[in-house]
Design a protein around this ligand. Structure first.
Ligand SMILES: NC(=O)c1ccc[n+]([C@@H]2O[C@H](COP(=O)([O-])OP(=O)(O)OC[C@H]3O[C@@H](n4cnc5c(N)ncnc54)[C@H](O)[C@@H]3O)[C@@H](O)[C@H]2O)c1
Length: 383
């Protein structure tokens, strides 16, 4: 069994829990889970989400069944087992500032250190193998050293993601249990030298940063297609407009910048030159809901100076795309700790993340990264 904790019980977290329980009940197939057709040491059915955390006071104290009913409606076939997954109070650190959320946090009326200690004690009882971060995207910086990281976190000057990452390392240190922290959001953790030093030191692992779903992995593979044929890419346009709260949060410039940072790193890495590009989430339009509108446009120079162009228009369900990947990331998190690894694991990050850690690591095409990942697992694509 793999015991998992969810930080954030929004769309992605809830879709993940609902999808997992529906798979366990045999209500739905395993599509959208990249490694579902390979024999891994852990089955999808082995995953057990033991608790979720949130800071939205309308969710804290409820269960993921309630969160599911809120999103999918009461008519939807929601497994009763979701009632066993509580939504506990997390650390806020202003991550919801400026959003239409009445927030509450464990740090209210006490120090950040005391709040982290309480969380670590809870985790010592919940015994997670994997902790998944899918909270609202927040601004955050990289630290040069673990000392710089710890002082920013304990002084309350770091984002909630960093407080959670630190809590994961303290849980590993104090309980002696191995844990993987999956950072599926852009706030840097795997690309954060100060935090990775802490993960290494405590024998814990961080995967990250920012789950690669939707248009960004497709753009990376298209760029590789151009690079392999030596076509000179003149520019890349890729934007999304969505109607979920993630898109609403990304209308705030500081949060949007974090996303742009994780999305744009691939152009120069894959092409070998930095073709002019506009790659970022651009807007919020409520009626689109979770099914975002994606537009892509590339232009390139071909043989004898001819110019070609490509246009893509798509509507993509945003949250299920990441939720399916998280099913594998949870299993890989457990596999990585079983292998005795610590720090971060590039082979996993390169396929699943928009900005694969460690800091300075290459952002390669996902088609290549997939082969590398299979190789790391001792599997082969065309066997
Ligand atoms: N395809 C995708 O949907 C995709 C891909 C890559 C990354 N992401 C990232 O995943 C994250 C979640 O996306 P979503 O669509 O579920 O957003 P969402 O707004 O529906 O959910 C975020 C949840 O986190 C909670 N939260 C905020 N601050 C918190 C804190 N400090 N502690 C605990 N909970 C907190 C919010 O109350 C909310 O319930 C976002 O950061 C997004 O950028 C999503």
């Amino acid at each position: 069994m793999i015991r998992a904790i969810l930080l954030g019980s929004g769309y992605v977290g809830t879709y993940l829990a609902v999808g997992l329980e529906r798979i366990k009940k045999g209500l739905v197939g395993k599509y959208g889970i990249p490694l579902a057709k390979y024999p891994l040491p852990y089955k999808i059915e082995d995953i057990n989400i033991v608790s979720a955390y949130d800071i939205d006071s309308s969710k804290v104290g409820k269960t993921l069944f309630d969160a599911g009913a809120e999103i999918f409606g009461k008519e939807y076939d929601l497994p009763e087992t979701l009632k066993d997954i509580p939504i506990k109070k997390g650390i806020h650190l202003k991550s919801a500032e400026g959003l239409p959320i009445k927030a509450t946090g464990l740090e209210e009326g006490r120090s950040v250190k005391d709040a982290i200690d309480e969380l670590v004690n809870e985790w010592a009882e919940l015994k997670p193998d994997v902790i998944i971060n899918v909270i609202t995207t927040e601004e955050g910086r990289a630290y040069k050293s673990k000392e710089e990281a710890v002082s920013a976190i304990l002084d309350g000057k770091a984002p909630a993601t960093h407080a959670y990452a630190y809590a994961a390392t303290q849980y590993a240190k104090q309980s002696g249990r191995k844990v993987t922290f999956v950072n599926a959001i852009p706030t840097p953790v795997a690309n954060n030298p100060g935090l990775i030093e802490l993960f290494n030191e405590t024998g814990a692992i961080a995967f990250g940063d920012d789950g690669a779903t939707g248009a960004t992995p497709l753009t990376s593979d298209l760029l590789e297609h151009m690079a392999q044929r030596n076509r000179f890419v003149e520019f890349v346009v890729q934007f999304n407009i969505g109607g979920n709260t993630d898109f609403l949060a990304l209308t705030q410039p500081k949060r949007n910048k974090m996303k742009e940072n994780t999305k744009s790193s691939m152009v120069a890495d894959i092409l070998g030159y930095d073709a002019p590009h506009y790659i970022k989430p651009t807007g919020y339009l409520q009626p689109l809901g979770d099914k975002k509108y994606v537009a892509m446009h590339l232009e390139w120079i071909s043989f004898n100076g001819f110019r070609d162009s490509l246009f893509i228009s798509a509507r993509i369900n945003d949250s299920p795309a990441l939720a399916g990947m998280l099913v594998d990331l949870i299993r890989l998190g457990k596999i990585a700790v079983d292998k005795g690894l610590s720090g971060t694991v590039y082979e996993v990050n390169a396929f699943f993340m928009k900005k694969p850690g460690p800091e300075g690591a290459k952002n390669i095409a996902k088609t290549h990264a997939y082969m590398q990942l299979l190789n790391w697992l001792g599997l082969s694509r065309y066997q």
